[in-house]
Write a protein that binds this ligand. Sequence first.
Ligand SMILES: Nc1ncnc2c1ncn2[C@@H]1O[C@H](COP(=O)(O)OP(=O)(O)O)[C@@H](O)[C@H]1O
Ligand SMILES: [Mg+2]
Length: 346
Amino acid sequence: MPIQIEFRNVTKTYGSVSAVRDLSLSVCRGEFLTILGPSGSGKTTVLMLLAGFVAPTQGDIVITGKSVAAVPSYRRDQGIVFQNYALFPHLSVRRNLEFPLEMRGVKAADRTARVDRMLDRVHLKEFGERLPSQLSGGQQQRVALARALIADPPIFLLDEPLGALDRNLREQMQGEIKSLHKEFGSTTICVTHDQEEALTLSDRIVVMREGQIEQSDTPESLYDRPATRFVASFLGEANIFENPGFEVEADGAQSPGTVAMIRPERICIGAPGNSARADEDRRQSVPGVVADMIYAGPLRKYYVRVGSSMLVVREHVGSGQQIFKPNDDVRLDWLRSDVRFLANGR
Ligand SMILES: Nc1ncnc2c1ncn2[C@@H]1O[C@H](COP(=O)(O)OP(=O)(O)O)[C@@H](O)[C@H]1O
Ligand SMILES: [Mg+2]
């Protein structure tokens, strides 16, 4: 896919604060890119720069090969959705949806047809005449998505679009956003601090930290091969072996300046005297004592003291499993190939 959006060494400072620092990033046409990071890491600023609401202090933004430095935000042809919906409160749903079409000079009859189609698409056919205040949060957010997409923009920007919704609704809306992306094919950049949302939606995730990109990769690679401690701990849970009190074996040598890590679901828990596994020679096995067990629906989470470390083990609940209690002696084991090394980072 050809590159559609390029940030070239973009910096944005506010007084002494660098919201975005020397950031370079390319986004392909049709890609679904998520920007993930803690609060204050510069995610919104990246979107604001792309939308043209703020100008870079340094560097350039290029869309389909042309610098947009001189293009005002209303001419950038982007659909934008914010967390707080930003619907026009005094206009009906239908009028809210018509607005971007009017701005682009679409004729009245054509507007009506497109609004009808869009209302139907986001399951709000019966709600066209209501005001935003007469809708639930989820419905308002559907209107906001519909309004951003109705003019078929080549670029679709979302800033924490589901932050205000409760968990069930959020999952449902994630599915909706994904299917809208498939249908409309717009290049989509979604900002979130919610790792689950990022993993579910994206072709690629960019992890930001203090105005810079820490790592960028597919959800699977990022989760499976985080490059730094920051990424490993921000995206999922990680057991990081720092002076663990026993030797961590790994396939291949550990490079200097790195620390070993294993994901909780890669560790198996069993009774101390369990018979050897078939792939014993590829595993490391350590004795431990259960400190705590938390039952969380489909998962059981154990905290196990091993040497001077506390390891987290996550197990899918299944039938016929032995369940351990605090103070039980156990044996933990994992594939040496599941141990990763992390840079300590900045
Ligand atoms: N208009 C502004 N004026 C001053 N500082 C700002 C402004 N916008 C953002 N910042 C600062 O820039 C940094 C990044 O902010 P932001 O991009 O909103 O982060 P995020 O969306 O990741 O939470 C923060 O330290 C924030 O306080
Ligand atoms: Mg933000």
